[in-house]
Design a protein around this ligand. Structure first.
Ligand SMILES: Nc1ncnc2c1ncn2[C@@H]1O[C@H](COP(=O)(O)OP(=O)(O)OP(=O)(O)O)[C@@H](O)[C@H]1O
Length: 366
């Protein structure tokens, strides 16, 4: 078990990188705390696998160091790092029984037979594999085989960390939800650092206590699921997390007022640090923009209303900008003319994609 530190880490696959665009991984400083349940979340090609391979030792970073506790492991091969890995596709021995498969990583390390047997049975119980323990792996479904792979990853209690690379890809959709909660439960019981790579926000948010969001080779935010929802540090996080994602609207900001075209939105903070030439945007999640009948807020035109089960979401246009808003249960809108109410406590201002802190505004008491 270990705390894993990425110290000024960067990686380019090509031999002579000239600028940031040549790096698959731009400089990262990050600490994975011992015992944490982390998700590494981002779209295809953002650098997740590269980072995972650097942690496991399959790729040597072109810059920086990686430490397990205080030990520099940058030049150590995978075998010397004491890491367990679970991949997208099952890695099992078909000719062995499930019990033998689960016991294999321990037997290989000469763990005494009675402890090996007890641990294999414990892991089988956690993953609901007990009834197939004495069946050959070859006769089992892809779901079952992937559960065995998960079990083989989880069986050693002395690993520095377990790395999961999109481990539920082959799992049947209705089983995915169940396995995600099982993994979370197992994390609680085993107290091992787990890093779970995925491009699926639902998987990331249900598994992890902390989510590391990557975009274009860089970590753009590390936070709890609530933090990513409440205060996206980058417009990419706002877009990528949430369904639908955050509205990101080009705007102009003057003091503590944002202007969407001619509509003025009073903000709770002022932004004196914004500079000429920056791309200024207002971010607000659809959950915090309410559709109202015409006359009760900023004028808007309704394009469509979708019922997505837990809520109704309106696609609207306001001041020439397309956006999403939620439709409260008690509101019914006829025709396409309506209004929008912005909950200003949840409005964020971004400059060139990055969240701006702003300064509290002291308004005269009225
Ligand atoms: N062996 C390699 N040689 C050269 N470029 C590579 C290599 N592996 C990855 N890349 C490039 O590095 C970037 C990051 O890729 P990486 O596989 O780490 O992303 P990812 O987020 O894991 O994507 P995916 O979810 O599709 O696996 C991509 O532009 C990719 O083309």
């Amino acid at each position: 078990m270990a705390r894993i530190t990425l110290d000024h880490l960067a990686h380019a696959y090509g031999p002579a990188p000239k600028g940031p665009q040549d790096y698959a991984l731009k400089e990262i400083d990050h600490v994975w705390e011992q015992g944490g349940a982390y998700a590494l979340l981002g779209p295809s090609g953002c650098g997740k696998t590269t980072l995972l391979n650097i942690i496991s030792g399959l790729v040597r970073p072109s810059r920086g160091r990686i430490l397990f506790d205080d030990r520099d492991v940058t030049d150590l091969p995978t075998e010397a790092r004491n890491i367990a890995q679970v991949f997208q596709f099952p890695v099992v021995y078909d000719t062995m029984t499930v019990r033998e498969n689960l016991a294999f990583p321990l037997k290989n390390r000469h763990v005494p037979a009675d402890r090996t047997a007890a641990r294999a049975e414990e892991i089988a119980r956690l993953l609901d594999l007990t009834r197939v323990l004495d069946r050959k792996a070859r006769n089992l479904t892809a779901d079952m085989k992937q559960k065995i792979s998960l079990g083989r990853g989880l069986v050693r209690s002395d690993v520095a960390a377990i790395l999961f690379d999109e481990p539920l890809t082959v799992i049947d959709p209705h089983l995915k939800w169940q396995l995600r909660s099982t993994l979370k439960e197992i994390h609680r019981l085993l107290d091992i650092t787990m890093i779970y790579v995925t491009h699926d926000q639902t998987e990331a948010l249900t598994f992890a206590d902390k989510v590391v969001v990557m975009h274009d080779g860089a970590v753009v935010q590390t936070g709890t699921p609530e933090e990513l929802f409440e205060r996206p540090a980058h417009t990419f996080v706002g877009h990528f997390i949430g369904s639908p994602g955050m509205n990101v609207l080009p705007c102009r900001v003057d003091g503590a007022t944002a202007y969407l075209d001619n509509e003025a939105i009073k903000l709770l903070r002022a932004y004196p640090a914004l500079r000429q030439g920056q791309r200024i945007e207002l971010g607000i999640r659809p959950e915090f923009v309410q559709l109202q009948p015409k006359g009760f807020g900023f004028p808007a035109r309704v394009r469509r209303i979708d019922d997505i089960g837990r809520a109704r979401i309106a696609r609207v246009e306001m001041a020439g900008r397309a956006m999403s808003a939620s439709v409260p249960d008690n509101v019914s809108v006829t025709g396409d003319e309506a209004a929008l109410f912005f909950d200003t406590r949840h409005v964020h201002i971004y400059a060139d994609g990055h969240l701006m802190a702003g300064e509290p505004v002291r308004r005269p008491a009225s």
